[in-house]
Design a protein around this ligand. Structure first.
Ligand code: NAD
Length: 470
């Protein structure tokens, strides 16, 4: 569907500001009543999330297609379906996650760690995977027994409208609220006191969120982005590497936080890699990627304009076509890109892939280390030692060796950034932990209570303690 054919909603759906005021306090009353603590309540909300996806998944996918021209498979596998997978896992594991953890022997009492819900949490999501990035954090928040306010992105307004309509139908409205809208509505929320803020989006707004949170000493998780590099060594099967890179880059038209942002390839293989990338793009999207249902669009005219300017940073070896009316930019591979060109100064977040030759992996490591810490790093090499060297010498939220994106799919791996790409992590049990306080509890009996432990200490006791501790 072209952008022109995608009917705009007449107004961006937004929640009236006067009903946002006092929302956190209203939910805190529910939390204080103890309603959200029993495992049965948590299970009911997890089941309701699964039902929402089962019964309204098609409606959400339709909205995603209208907002982003998202391919149906991607909408299910990488966005809406994530909610089912995470909720099903939480339902299976809830009993184990919430069980107090006993620690090893400690002579002064029995010790355990209790996972306590934090209270009322705020989850703010962006537009690129607008369902999954809003509702998978919610899975952990309700599994941990919290109340939550959800704030979807206004940029994908049709998806926001469906979520705004369906969330109150499926989830307990006394404990879970959704607020639609943009900057004003988000600020109206940020003024209130939450017990945790989970924000996914860009680093500029991440700073706004952290500043607002500081006022109430509210802890934050910041899931941000950045330029995720992809290093390609001289010794790899380029056909496979190119396919995996092109898939990770051009999924959702490059609007994925962990999409390979640029490639650093061994100079001896640059030409061949570009050729294989071209072949992979052709295999995926055919002669005219504009006509396939399997290729998404840039989210709006503003981002299209931003990306169109970045096309000038190099020479389009593949693609380069652009149509503002349809928010379309062809899958593009750029060569001849200078490291100080505009496209290398910001996260691209679109379907343009610069390929920069390097003399070897050491140069690539140095290049990466000069920039901010990325959210993801990709290394393609046939040598395990080389891959390990890159893992050890660079810092990033996560790494995928000889692949792209898939490290996010394993719920056992915490997903999150480091430095400029964010703080905190989630997925699977890690989401439950993010929304829990690990409370230490030590219990003593009455029988063992030797008098010598108490004052007066006297010289002998002090000497004994000193001898014991030196
Ligand atoms: P966005 O514009 O939808 O903003 C995200 C949220 O912040 C929205 O709910 C929006 O209403 C709110 N917001 C926007 N401007 C604000 C302001 N001035 N004050 C208060 N709230 C404001 O999304 P975006 O930031 O363009 O998202 C893209 C970025 O997110 C990219 O950098 C991408 O890498 C990153 N991202 C990270 C992850 C991750 O998991 N780490 C996932 C997806 C996207």
């Amino acid at each position: 569907m072209s952008a022109a054919a995608r009917p705009a909603l007449s107004v961006v759906p937004s929640t009236p500001l006067d009903s946002i005021a006092g929302l956190a306090d209203r939910l805190r009353r529910t939390f204080d009543s103890g309603k959200t603590r029993p495992l049965e309540w948590r299970r009911s909300q997890l089941r309701a999330l699964k039902a929402l996806v089962r019964e309204r998944g098609d409606e959400l996918v339709e909205a995603l297609q209208a907002d982003l021209h998202k391919p149906t498979l991607e909408a299910w596998a990488a966005d809406v379906g994530q909610v089912t997978t995470e909720a099903a896992m939480a339902l299976r594991k809830l009993k184990g996650w919430t069980k107090p953890q006993r620690t090893g022997f400690f002579p002064l009492g029995r010790s355990r760690i209790v996972h306590e819900p934090l209270g009322v949490v705020l989850i703010i999501a962006p537009w690129n995977y607008p369902v999954g990035l809003l509702l998978t954090p919610l899975v952990g928040a309700v599994a941990a027994g919290n109340c939550a306010v959800l704030k979807p992105s206004e940029v994908t307004m049709r998806t926001s409208a469906v979520l705004g309509r369906r969330i109150p139908e499926y989830l307990d409205p006394e404990a879970i609220a959704i607020v639609e809208g943009g900057i004003d509505e988000t600020h109206a929320l940020l003024e209130q006191r939450f017990d945790h803020i989970f924000y996914t989006g860009n680093g500029r707004v991440g700073r706004v969120v952290m500043e607002a949170a500081a006022k109430h000493l509210t802890p934050v998780t910041l899931e941000l982005g950045g330029k995720s590099p992809c290093i390609v060594d001289h010794d790899v099967d380029l056909k496979v590497a190119a396919r995996r890179i092109a898939w990770g880059k051009f999924m959702n038209a490059g609007q994925t936080c962990i999409a390979p942002d640029y490639i650093l390839v061994h100079e001896s293989r640059e030409q061949e890699l570009v050729r294989e990338l071209g072949a992979a793009i052709h295999d995926f999207f055919g002669d005219d990627p504009k006509r396939t249902p399997d290729y998404a669009r840039v989210v709006n005219r503003r981002h299209h304009e931003r990306l169109s300017k970045l096309l000038a940073s190099g020479e389009a070896a593949i693609g380069g076509q652009s149509d503002p009316e349809d928010c379309y930019i062809a899958p593009t591979v750029l060569r001849g890109v200078a490291p100080d060109s505009p496209i290398m100064q910001e996260e691209i977040f679109g379907p343009i892939l610069p390929v920069l030759p390097v003399r070897g992996v050491d140069d690539a490591i140095e290049f990466v280390r000069r920039g901010e810490k990325p959210l993801a790093l990709y290394i393609f090499s046939s040598s395990e030692a080389t891959a390990e060297k890159v893992v050890g010498a660079t810092s990033s939220g996560g790494v995928c060796v000889n692949g792209t994106i898939f490290h996010i799919a394993n719920p056992a791996l915490p997903f999150g950034g480091v430095g400029e790409s964010g703080m905190g992590a989630y997925h699977g049990r890690h989401t439950f932990e993010t929304f829990s306080h690990k409370k230490s509890v030590l219990s003593r009996g009455f029988r063992f209570d030797p008098k010598w432990m108490y004052p007066p200490y006297g010289g002998l006791k002090t000497k004994l303690v000193q001898r014991f501790l030196k």
